[in-house]
Design a protein around this ligand. Structure first.
Ligand code: HEM
Ligand code: HEM
Length: 182
């Protein structure tokens, strides 16, 4: 007997697909950059690897603007995958957390640097810094720690997200990827 799982109907809109895959590439690259930075001795090369991290991170923040706008306009997704309500709920929570981190992480990252009284530039442009006086110095370490801990949690979240897609593809066989495929 063949069991056929429900086949998802419509997918996400093309702009949402571009934003999803573009931002996924940014996340993966910036995370690899920060995780491998200690392989390099202090100097130009390590600074370059960190520059990749910070520039792509600010890129995430910029892309979050249209992405959130599209999410607000179009809602959670085109339709459900046909799974039980708790699975839909879990997926919605995970997706919601991604939306939170795509804003919170770059902001914390920028503040990590600015509260230590250093400049942050994006493509050569100096970002405004309202936190560069001594009174913000006590917050520098907590902000940095928050950025690092949440950053590590993001790696876990991506692993769970990927695992869920894998489970849908291989176990449930409902081709959830089709909703995000071009
Ligand atoms: C590792 C590779 C990835 C794969 C294979 C993947 C795959 C998918 C798929 C198939 C969906 C559609 C799920 C559904 O319709 O319910 C989806 C949705 C989503 N993914 Fe990913 N994804 C990946 C990485 C990421 C990353 C790094 C982020 C971080 C921002 C992310 C954020 C989201 C969000 C927020 C949604 C909900 C749809 C939206 O509002 O855009 N994904 N992903
Ligand atoms: C989506 C955006 C971002 C994510 C997911 C992210 C994630 C991370 C992670 C995982 C770490 C390493 C944590 C550890 O070593 O345990 C880290 C460190 C760091 N990030 Fe980010 N980050 C993002 C954006 C930014 C931005 C925009 C900036 C600054 C403009 C920034 C600046 C830093 C700094 C200064 C460190 C500390 C590096 C060190 O150990 O010296 N990050 N980030």
């Amino acid at each position: 007997m063949t069991i056929t799982a429900p086949i998802p109907r419509a997918g996400y809109s093309v702009p949402r697909k571009w934003l999803h895959w573009g931002m996924a590439a940014l996340f993966v690259t910036l995370l690899i950059a920060v995780e491998i930075k200690d392989w390099f001795p202090k100097g130009h090369l390590r600074a370059l690897v960190m520059l990749v991290h910070t520039q792509l991170g600010i890129g995430v923040l910029l892309l979050a603007i249209p992405r959130i706008a599209l999410r607000v306009r179009a809602g959670h997704g085109p339709d459900a995958t046909g799974g039980p309500a708790w699975q839909e709920r879990l997926a919605a929570i995970a997706h919601g957390l991604f939306y939170v981190v795509m804003v919170a992480m770059p902001v914390l990252g920028i503040l990590t640097i600015q509260t230590r009284e250093h400049d942050v530039r994006f493509l050569g442009m100096l970002l405004p810094n309202y936190f560069d006086d001594d009174s913000w110095l006590p917050y520098a370490l907590p902000i940095r720690t928050a950025h690092e801990y949440i950053g590590d949690a993001v790696i876990g979240l991506i692993a769970i997200h990927w695992g869920a897609v894998f489970w849908h593809q291989r176990i449930r066989r409902d081709d959830v990827l089709a909703r995000m495929r071009f």
